[in-house]
Design a protein around this ligand. Structure first.
Ligand code: FEO
Length: 401
């Protein structure tokens, strides 16, 4: 049975939710599912904007068929060819063999690489600024390279101000019947998952997102239709502001994230005491995470949010405790920058992880490491407490800068 929603008078959401996928891209855990969005325009011509992951292909096909009501499908606009959106193209081509594909030249290359059978189809390759008229609606194609793949373009409908934004402005989280951001309590129910999606999927490409935002600024956008998550038709500036912070690596909030790597609880205790000392100084916007039991996608997401980071780690095999090392490598890979950091290091002998963590941070951009830190030998002792007090003072002062 079909399950679609009306977006405007002549535009329909024909995507589907996936509640069964455990790991998005086989790496990021999903606890609230995800949606794959596709949109169908009924103009003088019928136009489908992107398809969906094959996992929800059957639902998608029922939706498209129900909205078309025996009309042919005239055009398929492909903004992005990652398989979570392009895997159902082949089925579309089988069912509507006369459909004309509109996409970017790089997308054609990648579609071939992925084995999508577009040879023999009508394919119109478009470039930045090209337009197509489908009757009442005229759309413009805007390149968005490396947001987050090279072929990506977004499509702007000049007639009603709808921006088909590809992965930009997407989110983890299934729609569960809702479609518009104003139908949910976004700040409480969705923002964390939207941030985790952006930072882990697109976060590396801040400058490219900035380029897209500059182009978007020249358009009169009335609605944003992304390929995952909610459609924005109100308060678009709120979400654009989040994207400005994330893509410029500016923290959203002053606050301290304490991430600890602890084998027997001693480094964890130091992290807890530091959090308590910060609270005593009035610093309560703190978050404490065990790096061993928190998926790194959550750590990355919160690090895009908060201004300060304390890394507390035990030394392991004369190096950084592996999950902490993985976190640092992910920070670097995702281009994380512009944070104030502090180090707590622990080692029963040959304590080395502090200097190694400092080296990792020095390889990232604009990461300031406070001189005050704490060195522990196996566990915290009474004589170590002044060092923690000094570190708490230093963090508190830095938060006021
Ligand atoms: Fe949702 Fe880049 O695919």
């Amino acid at each position: 049975m079909y399950c679609f929603r009306k977006v405007t008078d002549d535009l329909y959401w024909v995507g589907a939710d996936d509640h069964r996928l455990a790991l998005f891209e086989n790496i990021h855990p999903l606890y609230h599912g995800i949606s794959y969005n596709s949109y169908l325009l009924l103009d003088e011509k019928t136009v489908l904007f992107d398809t969906v992951d094959w996992a929800v292909g059957r639902q998608f096909m029922e939706n498209v068929r129900a909205v078309l009501r025996n009309r042919p499908l005239d055009y398929l606009v492909i903004n992005h060819v990652e398989p979570d959106h392009a895997a159902s193209i082949e089925e579309v081509l089988l069912r509507w063999p006369n459909v004309k594909i509109i996409t970017s030249p790089k997308a054609v290359l990648l579609l071939h690489q992925f084995g999508c059978p577009i040879d023999g189809c009508s394919v119109e390759q478009v470039k930045e600024g090209d337009t197509r008229c489908f009757g009442k609606h005229t759309v413009t194609f805007v390149n968005a390279p490396m947001v987050h793949w090279p072929e990506v373009m977004v499509t702007y409908d000049q007639t009603n101000g709808v921006l088909f934004s590809a992965d930009a402005f997407g989110s983890f989280h299934a729609l569960d019947g809702k479609l518009f951001a104003d139908e949910v309590d976004f700040d409480h129910e969705w923002l964390d998952e939207a941030r985790r999606y952006y930072t882990n999927i697109v976060g590396k490409y801040g400058p490219q997102v900035q380029s897209l935002l500059k182009k978007a600024d020249t358009l009169d956008i009335k609605m944003i239709c992304p390929l995952h998550g909610l459609v924005w038709r109100k308060d678009i500036g709120y979400f654009l502001d989040k994207y400005m912070h994330w893509s410029t690596y500016e923290p959203e909030e002053k606050g301290v994230m304490i991430v600890y790597a602890s084998m027997y609880g001693n480094t964890e205790t130091a992290a807890e005491i530091l959090a308590a000392k910060l609270a005593e100084r009035g610093v309560t916007n703190t978050r404490l995470y065990d790096v061993s039991s928190t998926h790194v996608s959550y750590l990355i997401s919160d690090l895009f949010k908060y201004s300060h980071l304390v890394l507390a780690s035990v030394t392991y095999n004369l190096g950084i405790f592996p999950p902490m090392h993985n976190f640092l490598m992910d920070m670097k890979a995702l281009n994380l920058q512009n944070r104030t950091c502090a180090i707590i290091e622990n080692g029963s002998w040959a304590c080395r992880c502090g200097s190694l963590m400092r080296t990792c941070l020095s390889e990232m951009k604009h990461m300031r490491v406070l001189e005050d830190g704490v060195v522990m030998a196996s566990s915290l002792h009474e004589q170590d407490l002044p060092e923690l007090d000094t570190l708490a003072d230093s963090l508190t002062a830095s938060l006021k800068e």
